[in-house]
Design a protein around this ligand. Sequence first.
Ligand code: ATP
Ligand code: MG
Length: 736
Amino acid sequence: MEAPELVDNLNQAQHQAVTADPGNQLILAGAGSGKTRVLVHRIAWLVQTQGVSPYSILAVTFTNKAAREMRARLDELFRDSGTPINTRSMWVGTFHGLAHRLLKAHWKDAKLPQNFQILDSDDQLRLIKRVYQNLGLDAERWPPRQAQWFINGQKDEGLRAKHIQESADPFVRTMAAVYSAYEADCERGGLVDFAELLLRAHELWLNNPALLNHYQGRFPYILVDEFQDTNSVQYAWLRVLAGEACFVTAVGDDDQSIYGWRGAKVENIRRFEEDYPQTQVVRLEQNYRSTGHILNAANAVIANNFGRLGKELWTEGADGDPISLYAAFNEQDEARFIVERITDWVAQGNSKSSCAILYRSNAQSRVLEEALLREAIPYRIYGGQRFYDRLEIKNALAYMRLAANQFDDPAFERVINTPTRGIGGKTVDDIRAFAREHGCSLWQASEQMLQHKMLSARAGNALQGFIKLIDELTQKSQEIALDQLAKSVLDTTGIFEFHKKEKGEKGQARAENLEELVTACGAFEAADEDESVLQQFLDTAALDAGEAQADEFEDAVQLMTLHSAKGLEFPLVFMAGAEENLFPHKMSVEDPDRLEEERRLAYVGITRAMQKLYICYSETRRLHGSETFNAVSRFVKEIPNEHLEEVRIKSTITRPARLQNQGSRSPSRGSKSAVRLSDSGADTGFRLGQRIAHKKFGEGIIIHFEGSGPSTRVQINFDSEGTKWLVMQYAKLEAV
Ligand code: ATP
Ligand code: MG
């Protein structure tokens, strides 16, 4: 069968995996060996040469971003082959995304209301705190976050509150009680948290044999990437779906299992061969990503773990540069060193987005960010606060959620008095108490209390106003377009004015974000005709939460935790903070299993680098407000000397005035990037990195331009006031 573009550029083992006869496959291979590539080509092969319909394929990826990339790659392969095939009917997504899709389609069978809402982890915590109040629990003694952890952990194992065994342990007893009350609240409000999505989807199979049968018939081919990080309920869901007749291709690397702390079970890889008959195991050993020094260093580090499935990687590529190790004297010096190397790299004609700075703990990013800001180098944090996670957006969304479902208690609580409308804490407490007593939603409680005049005149009026407001929005939601509804939320609820009034530029930024929400609503494309556009929009916003959001058009340095770097690759990588107690984390050094997970994280980190890797550690470090003196990480010591080269010079402070004209504009970018953040500001008479003074805010450095002409906006990092966006025309800046 002809399909050269599918098998060219595959080595023999990859070729064999891509073109194998239908059957169960376990592709077990180290980092950068082309696992993800094989998975994509396998799908294309099935469709193009075996006549398999894309409709029959289910592919599971680790992030939504990876899902989008996979679809795009397939489209490209099909286009190249001259026979474009529509991949829309193929199901590609994360376990959570797929579970959600199923629950939406079969809400009745899943025993959910049609308009069930997804709870993000903030909402979940809020709800748990309410359960605490209802149960009269002491939040000091049993921190609510612990309860959240407990509940999610149980769900990841497929356990409901009723499955938890009676225990004499007061901790377990308390947590089980919280779980049970929390479950009841979710049930009543039609609320589904992330772990619940998976558990429900699994129960959907177990409780509805006919439905299961249908999907088993529909998806004869299932393919899963990053299989080493599946948890118990995901594994079970998949196992049941696959049944006896579906073929599963699982792709993974036991050495990259890094989510054990979140319930992932690397044993699932070992179980695979037992659970899926006649599994063909494919091992890929050639690495195409990294240079010899980088790869061999990674091999040497991971060799210190026990109980590995065992595999060595080799490369045909050059040895490249040894890994550079830099001993900084403090975290500032470390950041400065990294930024200088990036500057050099960019000066050699490389893009900024080809560099990644990886760190163990989120808190490390601040110092790195400051150093980048000082040098006016644009950067992007993956997994940082995303649009839909921002306070003002969540508030506006809460109104939209109420318009979709008035029984959504977390949304109700979020905005009943935001903006302040004279409904005090006492009134809210009374409503909660009523709801608890009558086992109803806060909305229903409010209506009842108003009807029976149980509130003071003032509180009653205020509450009546709120109820009316939401009723009107609900009505509108059925009549007007989504962006009109969003606009109406901004105009009628007072939320826009409320945030706009916030102090300083923050208010302006929030107002802009809210306006952006209207734009986002206008651009939203609903996928499903049977369901309200509003509901689909709310679900998409909730599901995207917490995930990396890359602006593909801006050239920026990438910052992320080691965890978020999984599956990605960059020509230049910095691993910052390679110190004992930071990496490995101090919570893990005493526990052999956790230490091994940290080592796998080191392996993931090292293998992200394609051409050049810098590892940095700091002799002293101020983190979380205290100063620590740590030794270099044991993982660095595990790298043989031949692959390491110590950088002896401390970073130089004086440098040429290279910021001129270089700005953040990448010469190779198309016109698309010209209208985005970090425009050059060429027509403003100022440039990126320039020091300026502002009448009110004092001195600072220009870090971004946006737009052009008189309305150009400029972002400035003021020495004493932090960063602010200003409109050039009015800012009246002076060069200093
Ligand atoms: P990870 O474990 O980090 O997820 P992976 O095993 O999924 O890595 P890929 O991301 O699929 O690896 O591939 C790593 C790099 O090697 C990619 O840039 C890919 O395009 C390239 N690559 C894979 N196989 C080949 C090949 N046969 N020829 C050339 N390049 C290849
Ligand atoms: Mg991969």
